[in-house]
Ligand binder design. Sequence first.
Ligand code: UDX
Length: 446
Amino acid sequence: MRLTIFGTGYVGLVTGTCLAEVGHDVVCVDIDADKVAGLKRGVIPIYEPGLAPMVQANHAAGRLDFTTDAATAVAHGDVIFIAVGTPPDEDGSADLKYVLAVAQTIGKHLARNAVVVNKSTVPVGTADKVRAAIAQELKARGADVAFDVVSNPEFLKEGDAVKDCMRPDRIVIGASSPQAIEKMKRLYAPFNRNHERIVAMDVRSAELTKYAANAMLATKISFMNEIANIAEKVGADIEHVRQGIGSDPRIGWHFIYPGAGYGGSCFPKDVQALARTARQVGHEAALLQAVETVNDRQKGHLFELIARHYDGEVSGRTFAVWGLAFKPNTDDMREASSRRLLQQLWDAGAHVRAYDPEAAQEAGRIFGQRDGLVLCESASQALEGADALVVVTEWKQFRSPDFARLHASLRDRVIFDGRNLYEPDEVEAAGLAYWGIGRGRSIRVD
Ligand code: UDX
């Protein structure tokens, strides 16, 4: 099928590439000319494992092209995806200006029947607004073209996006016409291995499904962080508690890892946006607000542990920070817990030597050259001259450090483990003090 994707950001680029990979003829359109020129040369603006070779191969095979020319792109597609950003505006609701601008562009150029697909995460009711924006433009130029608007939310995880896209758990399609559903089923047929993955429903239910999925996952994390904080106070170990509850299939093993709080481009934004939608229709979403509050508090928890360990005497100390990205396998630092921690350390007069395998450039962009920050080339370089180690992101390479070496490097011989990567007994046996999340009182070792 001939497909057009508006937006070569995270979602648009991954979706377009995977759809080309299964044989569709895909044109991706973006207003950023530099980005489009780069993509044509095989330069991928984001870090995502497996994506670059797939973009290059499909582009070379002629199935995937990039353009800034919206008119040609609209003319190309039997199905036109809107995959542009929906950043939160000041009050936490999703800002639809980019989505609606694309809808207008489609309306300006549409000359034959098409299905328009909302891929961006948008509040319930957005498909109606998209439909109205397209219809208005068609009317303005007296064009009589039939079109459908479909909601088809994405469930991609950063770092696993290509895999998630090529092997989806489910494909949610919200449409009001059987023809549109049929067309979407044909489009996704190559992904429907072994069993039916398409879940068809009405448009509003599909729109709400995306928020419900992310809010549920965020709720699991905040719940565990809440229990971790209780565990800390009562002298229990959350890691035992986690193992004690995860085997119940009703609870499950996934997304029950306590830590330094969730970040990224989805959970914080979507939980807030859903709470906001609820308020707009007269419902106070008490649970969603609590999920957000707990997460916000959790982002400050590592610093609390640090301040407690040092009896508030943090000024002048140097902290090695391992991990800046909001999670491993990405360079994304949006809403990352590291940002809160670094700010708190600086506010307290401390110095930071940070290392992240992928996010150094992003950190440089965010923080610039500033006192109190050295961006290091390696995990061991970050330790040079440091008093203590703080682990913020659970990159694989941080999982089994040489504790004897840490003992020799860290002047104050203490580790603050924001992702519970280490066994307290093992760390303490090496002569280091250990603070994890929800792991009871650490014994201080001199
Ligand atoms: C998420 C959803 O998983 C995905 O389906 C959706 O399409 C977009 O949002 P992503 O933002 O890439 O994906 O990150 P995810 O892997 O879900 O992690 C989100 C955050 O939760 C990270 O900061 C991670 O560290 C944190 N997390 C995750 C925990 O703190 N504990 C856990 O048990 C799991």
